[in-house]
Design a protein. Structure first.
Length: 726
């Protein structure tokens, strides 16, 4: 409400707004020039007229006048913000209707004011619209960050639908590409039509230039008349989903029925949402890659140990629930290490990849193939009906893996050994099932490889025995339960002792004598052979030094070096360190390796043997004739002596074939300038045969069993006892 005393001030200061003053009968008594402009009625025409007539014809205020008067009498003043069309343009007015009071507070008239707020209203609406769009972008970002990767694309569709609604657009499009630039996900939101034909989709894809925003409008005169016109698209903005140089897809917002002029804030928000989409898609890819790294073998792309364990637990639980069986197969590639060492890790890796693929081709989709590491694979066979199904699968895998692998012009051959354990027949827990399959696998390896074997309780007993033996072996190394014995090697013509072969004996405090054929393989498997070998070599060096100092400097003490010792990277360092610490003369020591050890990697073997030879050791090839040496290889080995395996010696007097082979080996060795030692001589008939074919030296129980260091010293002073009579 306005007091009459202030009315003149209002009328004089109202240069930027329309002012109309009325008496109580609503007869206009004041009407300024701005009112004439706003309401298209000249001042001369308006003065003296009823405000009711002006309101009815010009719509000065948006309410009925009677209603407005009632409200203004109650409240003293009412205000409006309303739209008026003037010269085909919308303008926004801020209007007020107030009572005019005299000094006594009585209503004596009314005053109406109106101001053009179009500029301010447009700015306010623009800011409000921008805030709405920015809030939407923030909401989209928060939503896409918080959801699981598996729900990303559905959430992107919902977000795009919200964007289209916020922009008051009729259509929205989304497409996602794979690495080959093919569309793998697409979606179309529309309020007008439901058509999204392939030609239109490809048109969008072609228009989505990397790193750019593309506009299209049917009214654009630059569009050629013969250019493809997309269905249900009148005006569209297309934004590429780009990460670096990589195009990942696009989003498009379209008007289907009319031209649309895209506002700067709209373009910014569409671009912002596209960037949010790209960030979410990259996050999804990263999570998937991390998941794959954590659960899949990088080389072969099959499940790794972690995922295998998860799937095995799930499969066993399902088998319990449905009262079914499952089989676990442990697969080991025989001879893979030889290929890996000989041809290199690149060839070995490619072989493993192909091997994994072959195993997968043998299995069903419901089965799981996993790589446990190295050359070991597993298969979980679910919904097993009978054991024959497992046998067929194992045989199929063995056949598939036994076929040659052709890798980079190399033909490689491996075999598969498979151990099988069945749930619940063998056990009802995961750990034991794994252990049983592993035990069965090693049973196959112990009996020739290249086959499959089901677990049986007796295997477990043998496995427990091996484990106990390994534990006792570890303790024995700490409690000095091993002793070194020496078996004399005697010159077949001179009858003199020419050398000694080292024999390691284990007298266990728990069980007494343990044969070497029992504990040596366990020592090799467990790696304890390295500690045992160092202990034996040190003791032999000390004894050799002692004998040399006593004048027995014609004796060569022969030490057997096993495969794992021979290939160990520290072999030469350990040997040289112990020689230095003990002062032993390597010229009085002989390194003996098995023929098969020498042939495992010929080039590496020659290199190692030459280094040992350069240190002063003599070299013996043991068990000659049982392996696959060729004459060309034998000539290249820096060997001094060949030792004939006792299997030949045992049969030379009863089997002409063995006799012929032994004779040929001796003749071949002499041709190459090598000496020959025959081991395991037990009868005079064997001795006479060996003398006849000119064998150089013999050893065996015909002369003496293995001796302690003290016994050796005793006989060295009385060699006549061991003379071999002619």
């Amino acid at each position: 409400m306005v007091k009459a005393c202030f009315l003149d001030d209002i009328l004089r200061s109202s240069l930027d707004m329309a002012v109309v003053a009325c008496d109580l009968d609503f007869r206009i008594i004041y009407y300024n020039p701005m009112a004439a402009r706003y309401f298209d009625c000249p001042e001369a025409e308006a003065l003296g007229k009823s405000f009711t007539e002006l309101q009815n014809n010009r719509l000065v205020i948006p309410d009925e006048l009677s209603e407005a008067v009632k409200r203004v009498r109650d409240d003293g003043e009412i205000s409006y913000v309303h739209k008026k069309t003037k010269n085909a343009q919308n303008i926004f007015l801020e209007s007020r209707l107030s009572c005019v009071l005299n000094n006594d507070g009585d209503v004596i008239g009314y005053v109406f004011t109106s101001r053009d707020i179009t500029t301010m209203k447009t700015l306010s609406d623009t800011l409000s619209y921008r805030v709405t769009l920015e809030n939407l972008a923030a909401s989209v970002s928060a939503g896409l960050i918080s959801i699981p990767s598996s729900e990303l694309y559905p959430e992107m569709k919902i977000s795009l639908e919200r964007l289209a609604e916020a922009l008051n657009a009729e259509s929205a499009y989304l497409a996602v590409y794979n690495d080959d630039d093919d569309i793998i996900h697409q979606w179309h939101h529309t309020t007008v039509s439901n058509l999204m034909d392939d030609a239109t989709l490809l048109w969008f894809k072609d228009r989505a230039n990397i790193g750019k925003i593309t506009f299209y409008d049917k009214t654009d005169t630059s569009v050629a008349a013969n250019e493809f016109s997309p269905n249900n698209v009148y005006s569209v903005i297309i934004v590429s989903l780009v990460y670096g140089e990589r195009q990942m897809g696009f989003i498009a917002i379209a008007s289907e029925t009319q031209h649309r002029q895209w506002q700067p804030e709209e373009i910014v928000i569409i671009k912002m949402v596209s960037e949010i989409f790209v960030s979410a898609m990259i996050r999804k890819e990263t999570e998937e890659k991390l998941h794959k790294l954590a659960h899949y073998d990088i080389l072969t792309n099959v499940p790794n140990r972690m995922l295998f364990n998860d799937r095995l637990c799930v499969a066993m639980e399902q088998a319990r629930r449905h009262d079914t069986m499952l089989a676990l197969l442990f697969i080991d590639l025989d001879r893979f290490k030889k290929i890996n060492d000989t041809l290199g890790h690149d060839i070995g890796d490619l072989l493993l990849k192909e091997a994994a693929g072959r195993i997968e081709l043998c299995t069903r989709k419901s089965d799981t193939v996993a790589r446990m590491g190295g050359d070991e694979f597993t298969v979980i066979m679910t919904n097993l009906q009978r054991s024959d199904d497992v046998s067929r699968l194992a045989a199929k895998i063995i056949t598939a893996l036994s076929a040659p692998f052709f890798i980079k012009q190399h033909e490689c051959s491996v075999e598969a050994s498979i151990g099988i354990s069945v749930f619940p027949a063998d056990t009802d827990d995961v750990v034991t099932l794994l252990k049983n399959a592993d035990i069965a696998l090693y049973q196959v390896k112990e009996h020739g490889r290249g086959d499959y074997q089901f677990f049986s309780p007796s295997m477990n007993k043998r496995s427990i025995h091996k484990l106990n033996l390994e534990n006792r072996l570890r303790k024995a190394l700490k409690t000095d339960e091993f002793s070194v014995l020496y078996q004399p090697q005697i010159g077949i013509n001179s009858g003199n002792i020419t050398g000694m072969e080292v024999i390691v004996r284990w007298i266990s405090k728990e069980s007494g004598y343990v044969p070497s054929f029992e504990f040596i393989p366990i020592a090799e498997e467990s790696g304890l052979i390295l500690s045992l070998g160092k202990m034996v070599f040190r003791q032999v060096c000390m004894v050799s030094k002692e004998w040399a100092d006593m004048g027995f400097n014609h004796l060569a003490v022969s030490i057997k070096v096993l495969e794992s010792q021979f290939r160990h990277r520290d072999l030469l360092d350990v040997v040289q360190r112990i020689l230095k610490e003990t002062g032993a003369n390597p010229a009085l020591l002989d390194v003996t390796i098995d023929e098969n050890t020498a042939m495992t990697d010929v080039e590496q073997s020659i290199s190692i043997l030459k280094k040992l030879k350069n240190l002063g050791f003599s070299i013996t090839i043991d068990n000659f004739g049982t392996g696959y040496s060729s004459l060309s290889h034998l000539k290249r080995f820096p060997a001094d002596t060949l030792k004939i395996n006792k299997t030949f010696i045992n049969n030379i007097t009863v089997d002409t074939d063995y006799a012929s082979i032994a004779k040929a080996i001796i003749a071949l060795a002499h041709t190459l300038g090598l000496k020959v030692v025959a081991e395991g001589v037990e009868t005079n008939e064997q001795l006479e045969f060996l003398r006849a074919v000119k064998c150089d030296a013999v050893q065996g129980t015909l002369f003496t069993p293995a001796l302690t260091q003290g016994d050796v010293l005793h006989i060295l002073n009385d060699e006549a006892h061991f003379k071999v009579r002619s």
